[in-house]
Design a protein around this ligand. Structure first.
Ligand SMILES: NC(=O)c1ccc[n+]([C@@H]2O[C@H](COP(=O)([O-])OP(=O)(O)OC[C@H]3O[C@@H](n4cnc5c(N)ncnc54)[C@H](OP(=O)(O)O)[C@@H]3O)[C@@H](O)[C@H]2O)c1
Length: 334
């Protein structure tokens, strides 16, 4: 994606179906849905009307608010892609029935950043898949992390202590000292270095959400052992090579939500509709978001037309600068 290329960068949406394409058979006008819009493409969700492909759209039950539903599409689908396609975790609907089979499947999963949106959905899905134990790395949102993982290790204690804590958990569980699978939902600020020390060098698999070559502390030297399968999970693949998986998973999300076997991510509604988007982005950029998705109610925007930067003067300049550093930019109108 080109830097400073103006486009509507909203990718998560929830609302009523307003219209469908002529080939769409799964949805009707008026359906309550949530959807993942293809990043970098026109008609994003920071708008009154947005366009999403049918295969990445899913029906949501009446009991689920649009706000909670909007926390799900990108993060949940990315987590599913990481777990089931890239890390080859058994799918929840291929769960073994026999107890001895469950025991044979027992293998640990480390989720680095378990309180992030992608990490939290990965933990929820891993639980549905019968993965045990789930070891989560978290910090400020430790209590939330404990609702997701069997063990929570604090990243703020530093790399050596973190690695020692995980090794102690594995020993206590009677498991090998190195991990077979790691989902690194952070992929920066030391997570890559810690996971490199914890992964099984002979047969491990790691999924990252940011490319190590760009985010490792030592970008040149960072390298996985030859026998480690290292995948940079990329949600855009749900629109091409993994489109069928995206379709099936979206339908499964409907089932999980309807049966209340899945809930959204904790969220905060930022007041002011589209006028609040920059405020939310700013908090994300500053690392202030802890176990929270920022949600915008479009109807709170007020009059339609150009949405102006909220802040004036030097602050506005700082925000614009910060935005320019993002791998995307915020469109002011569509
Ligand atoms: N490759 C793709 O297709 C794809 C798709 C979606 C997202 N992403 C990327 O994936 C990353 C995660 O996105 P997200 O929306 O899930 O994030 P998010 O929910 O905004 O993440 C916030 C959480 O990150 C945790 N965190 C921050 N620094 C950490 C560290 N050093 N170690 C462990 N946890 C840490 C915090 O935990 P505490 O609150 O507990 O301190 C916080 O709760 C972002 O970089 C995003 O751009 C990539």
């Amino acid at each position: 994606m080109k830097k400073n290329h103006a486009h509507n960068s909203g990718d998560d949406m929830a609302g009523f179906v307003h219209a469908t394409g002529s080939l769409v058979k799964d949805f009707r006008v008026g359906d309550r849905v949530a959807a993942y819009h293809r990043s970098g493409h026109p008609h994003g969700s920071f708008a009154e009307y947005a366009v999403a492909p049918a295969h990445m759209t899913f029906l949501i039950p009446d009991i689920l608010s649009f706000e909670e539903a909007a926390t799900i599409p990108l993060a949940a689908n990315t987590a599913a892609l990481a777990l089931y396609i890239d890390l080859k975790v058994p799918l929840p609907f291929t769960q073994p029935i026999q107890a001895e089979e469950v025991e044979k499947r027992r293998e640990p999963l480390l989720i680095y950043g378990v309180t992030s949106a992608c990490g939290a959905f990965a933990a929820k899905f891993a639980r549905l898949s019968g993965i045990q134990p789930i070891i989560g790395v978290a910090g400020r949102a430790e209590e939330f992390g404990k609702t997701l993982a069997d063990y929570v290790v604090d990243y703020r204690q530093g790399e050596d202590a973190l690695v020692a804590s995980v090794e102690a958990i594995l020993e206590k569980e009677g498991l090998p000292a190195k991990l077979p699978k790691i989902f690194d939902a952070i992929s920066e600020n030391g997570s890559l270095e810690a996971t490199l020390r914890l992964i099984d060098p002979k047969a491990g698999a790691v999924s990252t959400l940011l490319p190590p070559k760009l985010f490792a502390k030592d970008k040149e030297a960072y390298q996985y052992p030859e026998d480690v399968t290292a995948i940079n999970t990329a949600a855009p693949k749900l629109f091409d090579v993994h489109k069928d998986f995206g379709y099936v998973w979206s339908r499964y999300l409907t089932v999980l939500l309807r049966e209340q076997r899945l809930i959204g991510h904790p969220f905060e509604v930022v007041p002011g509709g589209l006028h609040g988007v920059l405020r939310g982005l700013r908090k994300l950029y500053d690392g202030r978001a802890s176990a929270v998705k920022y949600v915008y109610r479009i109807e709170e925007t007020g009059s339609l037309g150009l949405v102006r930067l909220e802040e004036d003067g030097p602050q506005a300049a700082a925000v614009s600068e910060a935005i320019a550093e993002f791998p995307f930019s915020v469109a002011t109108s569509e």
